[in-house]
Design a protein around this ligand. Sequence first.
Ligand SMILES: Nc1ncnc2c1ncn2[C@@H]1O[C@H](COP(=O)(O)OP(=O)(O)OP(=O)(O)O)[C@@H](O)[C@H]1O
Length: 332
Amino acid sequence: MNEILLEARDIEVRFNAVRAVDGVSLTVAPGETLAIVGESGCGKTTLGRSLALLQRPTSGKVMFDGAELTALSDRQLRQARRQLQMVFQDPYASLDPRQRVGEIVGEPLLIAGVDRATRQKRVAELLDMVGLGADMAQRLPREFSGGQRQRIGIARALACEPKLIICDEPLSALDVSIQAQIVNLLIDLQRRLRLTYVFISHDLAVVRQMASRVAVMYLGRIVEIAETEQLFSAPRHPYTVALLSSVPTLGSGPSPVAEDFLLAGDPPSPSRVPSGCRFHTRCWLSGKLGHPERCATQAPVSAGEGGHLAACHFSDEIAPLLSTSPLLKGAA
Ligand SMILES: Nc1ncnc2c1ncn2[C@@H]1O[C@H](COP(=O)(O)OP(=O)(O)OP(=O)(O)O)[C@@H](O)[C@H]1O
């Protein structure tokens, strides 16, 4: 069996009637990048925060590096979290405007009780590591561009030599040209420091470049999970097919749109999850098959082989349909 660094078992996060995360189980192996993708509101951020226990799950367990995080007190958690950091979407909002960069980056070390001289040395090292230079330590966040601020956030996350970083849409507030630099930095740091990432994103081109595996979320659940190339070349859930068909493919301009597979309308509210398969109200495949009753009445279980799992009663019907579609020729 593969080694496991992080494991979530049947995580649920409810906000009153809203089931933001509704029974998610997953594992993350050391050194890999697991991407989590899905439309806005499907629960990616809430799942990411609950994996780091910044949001306590309503039920379920999170295991990290041999410890059950969900069983720890807040104080024990602070200790455990040194090894499990988050990088957030918005570098503007996540940095204190009054703190100097050196203080921001060194704060986790201060909390860990590291003395001033060692801290200063380490901050210089960290700033260098993210391509900012040690002389930036005295400056304020407002003196930096968006990309540079994200580098500061990454340096802070690296301060206590974490094993795992949960990156929550770390690129979406940045210009496209800057995004590529941050992607390259993250890939480079992963190699040098043997980091493991959970990478939350809605940008499938970036996900394809960065991730070892991809989990696709819909209305609080993982509906498909697979190694990256498997997911892109042979998706087994109609929702994944719809997501792939709605974006430009990597490096080849706009993809030939397979209109048959496009998503209709917005996702239903997570406080009113449809019966049966929660995707059936928007499912192109169910439509093609004449809306089988099973889709509306029976919740599919996640099934498959070789680590490629999909929660669809009719996932075997997908490959033949896609073999004649321009979507997958474009994406391959
Ligand atoms: N603190 C909260 N209180 C109430 N509802 C919440 C809270 N946080 C999230 N939600 C709800 O939970 C659902 C999932 O939200 P979440 O932000 O996790 O989705 P997401 O996939 O990360 O979306 P986005 O891509 O827009 O960030 C949404 O319906 C959201 O409104």
